[in-house]
Design a protein around this ligand. Structure first.
Ligand code: F6R
Length: 609
């Protein structure tokens, strides 16, 4: 949700800032801007639309000699995506510029006060109050002191960066519940909302905590808390694989990430296999899992779908009652949490505002917490003591794919560890599931190798489709939801997922020959039931696509088209059944010419409420 970058050093700032913004474009891409300082003062260039437009405007701009500056790529919250709302925003004198990621909740009252004091506003953003406030506090103060004075008046969750023509050798950054990481170089320093913008230059990083700010010069980074007291913070070195942020011949990051799934699952499993005393090696302390009465899982979007599969696994394998809550609802609810409850927060980015807030609520009640994330260095990592790192590698495509299957894997491992601890499954059953999990990477490879061409062809039939219904039951109901979400977010086709048995209670009224139905029907408890529900749809003229075994006569008989998946123990099937649905969504969207990696109105990391 908005990306911030900054550089100060001996080199030209513009190429570094633009390259950094490109790496952060997944966080927001409706407008962008850069502010730099040179001996001539502050230079500002902003553009509506993608970074390409900003780059065009930067050609011939006066700031090419600058060696310090800040940049921003925006996901609009307050004010339409127009150039005048793009960051950076400046004070009235045009001497200082600010970029912000987050929301200033009390901006309206601050704006009124500042207007009464004579400030003129040029945008509809919440951010523009910040440069005006800093400018008011600057006389007689250092830049850092003025920024801290301004920050003391702000309410909300935000990360801020400030550059000033009057302090050309310093940048100031602030973190309050929005991500910000500082990269340490030799005679130069960087900062960004996320590490991919920094790692081409340095892997030595320093992560600010909430309620901290930093004064960054070419040779030094000084960290303070909001009262201005110096804080000691040791840098750490990132273990970074640069190939993860390159497309490596794939047309889109999303397609590359779909293809990375077998490798991710294989390597996580290799590190997670235990012995007969402890069949699953998972870095979760036993005290956290013992004596549990109930588990609550909080998450949003695709992570919420992973949580639904997680509930199924924990209840089926470990027999612990589990509830799945939308984090945005949980944060304002009053669940009867006791010290025998565990709240699990699932967020691939570790930065989702609603999920963090839900966990804050639970933490305040003294409940045990566990995080599941792909970014252990994130805000989630700061909030909880215990984490399962899904180790999928950075995901650039806005639509989650490999992080989803790696979250599923985390739930399998957790449920099995819990089942072993509670003694509710035999060692044979636990061993059977672990062996089954180890076969999945080869099966996913088979799906990817054999189906891509067919799905590319099938996608042609969706050129004018306006609505698609996905159905599934049991452990594959969340996969129907996920298939529908993938399609709607990248192709903008209206798609809904339903429990197959619910269709007859209302949604079946939507069906006719123009509404394809995608059914997940794999052998197991509900196989025949789903096939019957699919037949009910067929009787209403719906085109029927089945994610089903190819050589099962009943499936061949029922479906017009089959996206085949190998037959596995039903409990393991979600990691397979989701893959053809990811491919289907991808190819439909790519065929329609959509910007698959950066769908409209979305952002990879949703830090606002
Ligand atoms: C869908 C998608 C979103 C995220 C949601 C939560 O493809 O990516 O629905 O799943 O915004 O994000 P995290 O997992 O980062 O909390």
């Amino acid at each position: 949700m908005c990306g911030i970058v900054g550089y100060i050093g001996p080199r030209l700032a513009l190429p570094i800032l633009v390259a950094g913004l490109k790496k952060l474009e997944y966080r927001g891409y409706d407008s962008a801007g850069i502010a730099t300082v040179t001996g001539d003062g502050l230079h500002l260039v902003r553009a509506k639309g993608t970074l390409h437009n900003l780059e065009q405007k930067l050609n011939g701009a006066a700031q090419h000699s600058a060696t310090a500056g800040i940049g921003h790529t925006r996901w609009a919250t307050h004010g339409k995506p127009e150039e005048h709302n793009a960051h950076p925003h400046t004070d009235a004198a045009g001497r200082l510029a600010v970029v912000q990621n987050g929301i200033i909740e009390n901006y309206a009252e601050l704006r009124i006060q500042l207007k009464e004091a004579g400030c003129l506003f040029k945008s509809q953003t919440d951010t523009e109050v910040i440069p005006h406030l800093i400018a008011c506090h600057l006389p007689g103060r250092s830049l850092l002191e003025a920024v801290l004075k301004a920050v003391s008046q702000l309410k909300g969750a935000f990360a801020i960066a400030v550059v000033s023509a009057d302090f050309p050798d310093e940048l100031v950054v602030v973190r309050q519940q929005a991500p910000l990481v500082i990269g340490l170089g030799e005679g130069e320093n960087y900062f960004a909302s996320d590490t991919p913008a920094i790692v081409p230059y340095t892997t030595k990083v320093l992560t600010l905590k909430d309620g901290e700010c930093a004064s960054i010069t070419r040779d030094d980074v000084k960290v303070y808390d909001f009262s201005g007291t110096a804080v000691r913070r040791a840098p750490r070195t990132l273990n970074w694989n640069q190939t993860l942020v390159e497309k490596r011949g794939f047309r889109h990051f999303m397609l590359k990430e779909i293809h990375e799934q077998p490798g991710v699952i294989r390597s996580v499993l290799e590190e997670s296999m235990g012995d007969e005393h402890q069949p699953v090696r998972l870095d979760v302390p036993e005290e956290l899992l013992s004596g549990l009465e109930r588990i609550y899982i909080v998450a949003c979007g695709t992570s919420w779908h992973a949580a639904l599969v997680g509930k199924y696994l924990i209840e089926e394998l470990a027999r612990v009652p589990t509830e799945v809550c939308y984090a945005s609802e949980f944060r304002y609810s009053t669940p009867p949490l006791t010290d025998r409850a565990l709240v699990i927060g699932v967020t691939q980015s570790g930065e989702t505002g609603d999920t963090l807030a839900a966990l804050h609520t639970a933490k305040g009640l003294g409940v045990r917490l566990l995080g599941i994330t792909n970014r252990p260095e994130s805000s989630l990592g700061n909030l909880v003591n215990d984490l399962i790192d899904t180790r999928a590698g950075i995901e650039i495509g806005v639509a989650a794919t490999k992080t989803f299957t790696s979250q599923l894997l985390a739930f399998y491992l957790l449920a099995l560890k819990l089942a072993h601890l509670l003694g509710v499954q035999t060692p044979e059953r636990i061993g059977q599931i672990l062996t089954g999990l180890q076969q999945l990477p080869v099966y996913i490879e088979q799906i990817l190798d054999t189906q891509e061409r067919y799905i590319t062809e099938l996608a042609k039939e969706f050129e004018t489709t306006r609505d698609v219904i996905y159905i599934g039951r049991g452990i594959n109901y969340p996969i129907a939801l996920e298939g529908a979400l993938k399609l709607k977010e990248i192709s903008y086709i209206h798609a809904e997922g339903y429990p197959a048995g619910e269709m007859k209670h209302g949604p079946i009224a939507l069906l006719d020959s123009a509404v394809p139905v995608v059914a997940i029907a794999v052998p197991g408890k509900v196989y025949e039931k789903v096939l019957s529900n699919a037949q009910e749809a067929k009787a209403r003229d719906a085109q029927l696509i089945g994610v089903a075994p190819l050589d099962e006569a009943a499936a061949v008989e029922t479906f017009d088209q089959i996206l085949p998946v190998p037959v596995v123990d039903e409990i393991l099937s979600p990691i397979l059944t989701v893959v053809p649905l990811q491919l289907l969504a991808y190819h439909i969207a790519a065929r329609r010419g959509m910007d698959v990696d950066q769908p409209r109105n979305l952002a990879k990391s949703v830090t606002v409420e």
